[in-house]
Design a protein around this ligand. Structure first.
Ligand code: SAM
Length: 374
């Protein structure tokens, strides 16, 4: 038993062990280092020999003489796997996955039903959480996709925890390939028509424990049909949530007073008059033919002489919030500031609506009898 790199941490990289090679922020490549092989990237070539036995987390320099790039050799985690896995479908990303796992109260030892498997992104997050004593039954009706997921789960050493089944959960329900009592206490449905699958759950979910469900749908029409099905089947406390990831920016903005504005305008006027006075003095004292550069402009714009005065840096003793002046750092003492925040308008992650509900136990047991309160 090799164990699973998604469940146990190793300090150094074994030969043929899974490594997630971090190239850039959006390019992470899964590799299995083998003696004599190399990873060729646009940042250079990287010898597998120099990866084997080195520590996870190592920064590795390229072996090419022309490209002096480097990569990081990272230990697999479900989060990094979601970023590097070969996409076969839309996937559930970490912001949604982490929220769903905690709302469904999934923990070590939990028994979970999932459909469809898709690219098994969420399956990896589930497997890490339920750990060795938990069980996940995941269903996929697309045969090749089921095959790839099953092989991947085996290669990742997760097959003792994750049971992959090939089947249509809407048509045939949750019939596991392994003939066992599922007794699941959490259900996650990421399918186009979860409302057709919901009535099939009765026979496979726990009768003794609270069962929690989450349905993941991109459209409101799907949410509405899901809610109707959940209500009809007796699910309670139905709630829809959308997880949206936004970047928040917080900073201080100087409080600007009308008196400052008035003072600034007065100052401009003062300096303009001063400029005009100096120019007139110069016109008188200088010869006519030298004066062409300061010819008054007909459109009322500042003459070069006036501009010279007006362009001179404004150096008040106090900070001038409207114009040039002494440089003040954000939040500096001696000024009034207010805290402001700005939200990034664009949503970055692909999001769906998450519909949550729970079903109380049919036969109240000793554990989990209480209805959750929020
Ligand atoms: N949650 C997955 C992940 O994180 O990688 C992605 C799931 S993908 C969006 C939806 C999957 O459900 C597809 O692979 C599709 O073939 C499968 N599917 C759709 N209807 C199904 C059904 N009735 N029974 C089983 N699988 C189904």
């Amino acid at each position: 038993d090799m164990g699973s790199p998604f469940m146990e941490f190793k300090t150094s990289i074994p030969e043929n062990g899974l490594v997630l090679a971090w190239l850039t922020r959006d390019n992470t490549k899964p590799i299995r280092p083998q003696t004599g092989s190399a990873l060729h990237t646009r940042f250079g070539s990287f010898q597998h020999n120099s990866m084997i036995s080195s520590k996870y987390g190592t920064q590795l320099a390229s072996s090419s003489s022309t490209q002096a790039g480097f990569i990081h050799l990272l230990h697999p985690t479900p989060e990094l796997w979601s970023m590097s896995l070969p996409h076969r479908t839309q996937i559930v990303y970490t912001p949604d996955a982490s929220y769903i796992v905690q709302r469904l109260r999934i923990r070590p030892g939990s028994r979970v039903i999932e459909a469809g498997t898709g690219s098994a992104s969420f399956t990896h997050a589930l497997a890490r959480t339920v750990a060795k004593n938990g069980r996940i039954w995941t269903f996929e009706f697309h045969e090749p996709r089921y095959g790839i997921a099953k092989k991947e789960i085996e290669e990742h050493g997760l097959d003792s925890v994750v049971k992959c089944s090939h089947g249509d959960v809407c048509k045939d329900g949750f019939i596991s390939a392994c003939d066992e009592n599922l007794d699941a206490s959490a259900v996650f449905l990421d399918l186009p028509s979860p409302w057709i699958a919901i009535p099939h759950l009765k026979t496979v979910i726990s009768k003794k424990k609270i069962v929690r469900i989450c349905c993941f749908s991109p459209c409101m029409e799907q949410v509405q049909r899901t809610i109707e099905a959940l209500q009809k089947e007796g699910w309670l406390d139905i709630e829809m949530v959308e997880v949206s990831c936004k970047r928040w920016e917080a900073r201080k903005e100087m409080i600007r007073k009308p008196e400052d504005a008035i003072e600034r305008l007065r100052d401009i006027k003062r300096r303009r008059n001063e400029g005009l006075r100096k120019r007139n003095e110069r016109i008188i004292s200088q010869e006519q033919n030298e004066e062409t550069a300061s010819e008054p402009q007909e459109n009322g714009a500042a003459t070069p002489a006036e501009k010279f005065i007006l362009d001179k840096p404004f150096l008040p003793s106090e900070y001038n919030p409207w114009g040039r002046g002494k440089r003040v750092h954000e939040g500096e003492d001696g000024y009034e500031w207010k805290d402001v925040s700005k939200v990034e308008a664009e949503l970055k992650s692909h999001t769906s609506y998450l519909t949550f509900a729970y079903l109380p136990p049919l036969v109240p047991g000793k554990e989990e009898m209480l209805v959750p309160s929020r």
